[in-house]
Write a new protein. Structure first.
Length: 135
């Protein structure tokens, strides 16, 4: 994301705002979302909603024209990320027995890491061409 922000013309100050604001929005929104998650009855629907909109935000992020748009879209995405994280954790704790949580978490992390490696190699070939043109 910082490289993309630089390509859009972000200054060092805006890079700091980008990092700080998205973290702040995520942390503060968790304080409000946790009450709704615990009291709510539609945990699976909340997880699906948050995941869908978190994923769709990448379309807006990828089409950002200015660093300010990028910051706004990433901040909005961090709201969905907070909701997604809390929903997933609540659903996981309520449905997986204690003795299986470590094994299930390990498998989830392994598959997530493997998918990240594939995504990195499939998308990284596009980044150097843009960086060479800008710098």
């Amino acid at each position: 994301i910082p490289v993309f922000a630089l390509l859009l013309g972000a200054s060092n100050f805006l890079l700091g705002v980008l990092s700080s604001l998205t973290t702040l929005v995520s942390l503060l929104s968790q304080l409000f979302f946790i009450i709704a998650i615990i009291k709510g009855e539609r945990k699976e629907q909340t997880l699906t909603f948050a995941t869908l909109f978190w994923s769709l935000m990448w379309l807006l992020i990828g089409n950002s024209k200015t660093p300010y748009e990028l910051i706004a879209f990433l901040s909005l995405q961090s709201l969905f990320s907070a909701l997604l994280t809390l929903s997933w954790t609540e659903l996981f704790v309520s449905s997986v027995p204690n003795y299986l949580r470590g094994r299930v978490t390990g498998k989830k992390n392994w598959f997530g890491g493997f998918a990240s490696i594939i995504a990195f190699f499939s998308s990284s070939s596009k980044i150097p061409n843009k960086v060479k043109k800008k710098f």
